[in-house]
Design a protein around this ligand. Structure first.
Ligand code: BTN
Length: 255
């Protein structure tokens, strides 16, 4: 962890806590939200109660994967808060591609790899904290050493090791957070939401595809045609064109 601290010294992520085990790094930061500084980073080797989106669990065996959360005081307009998840996803895609693998972002929060982008390698959970000084907690689980081919794991999940890549978790963390800092600066800048949108679309695994989006307010089936400046996904079908802010995307087929 000392190397991580040195490497991140010049970034906003230079307040770092490491715990070998906790319930959930996201829950920890949410609980401490009134006292934490911008950029606070919590890394853990193991979560006993790791949380995914929509109340799902996020499991990984001890010390095999990269598990962390960061705490942010957003310095951008509130309509850009949704960009935080793809910003971390894009930061991660860039690191994975530098390792020689093809990677993409599956709206809104998954990092996928493989030629047809159907294997999930990382998940991201962002939470907004409404308080005097509003905050965001964003956490990621990146599958580094688990699962391997014989491990029992959620369907369509994979890891760097299963793709033949052995890479130190600390190095990955440093590289991801350096990229993430650049993306945060981008979305804080005046026209950053425009350039970010282009980068997001360029690395999206779903634009142009026929998809089903499973939402709280009912499923939508159609073609994923665009991602808007605020991160919303635009779905077009014969009845309408709808801009959506939440949901799980299921690929149907390439059009
Ligand atoms: C998902 O794909 O549903 C999101 C998974 C997010 C998992 C990470 S692991 C670190 C942080 N702490 C948590 O409890 N969840 C996130």
């Amino acid at each position: 962890m000392e190397r991580v601290i040195d490497e991140l010294l010049e970034t906003r992520f230079n307040k770092i806590e490491y715990v070998s085990k906790t319930g959930s790094t996201n829950s920890d930061l949410v609980a401490r939200a009134s006292t934490l500084p911008d950029g606070f980073l919590l890394v853990s080797d193991y979560q006993t109660d790791g949380r995914g989106r929509k109340g799902r669990k996020w499991d990984a065996p001890p010390a095999r994967n990269l598990i962390f959360s960061v705490f942010l005081h957003p310095k951008w307009p509130s309509e850009r808060h949704q960009l935080i998840t793809p910003a971390l996803a894009l930061a991660t895609v860039e690191v994975i591609e530098n390792l020689g693998l093809r990677a993409s972002v599956k709206w809104p929060n998954d990092v996928m790899i493989g030629l047809d982008n159907h294997m999930k390698i990382a998940g991201i959970l962002a939470e907004y904290i409404q308080q005097k000084n509003p905050a965001l907690v964003v956490g990621m689980g990146l599958n580094v050493g688990w699962p391997q081919s014989n491990d029992s794991a959620p369907p369509n999940s994979t890891s760097l090791i299963a793709c033949g890549i052995e890479k130190d978790r600390s190095e990955l963390l440093v590289e991801i957070l350096k990229n993430f800092e650049e993306r945060l600066s981008e979305i804080s800048s005046e026209k950053g939401n425009v350039t970010f949108r282009q980068a997001h679309i360029a690395k999206s695994s779903i634009i142009g595809n026929h998809v089903k989006v499973e939402r709280i307010n009912g499923d939508i089936i159609g073609k994923a045609v665009d991602i808007e400046k605020d991160g919303s996904l635009v779905i077009e079908n014969k009845d309408s064109t709808i801009s959506i802010t939440e949901g799980d995307v299921v690929h149907l087929r390439k059009l």
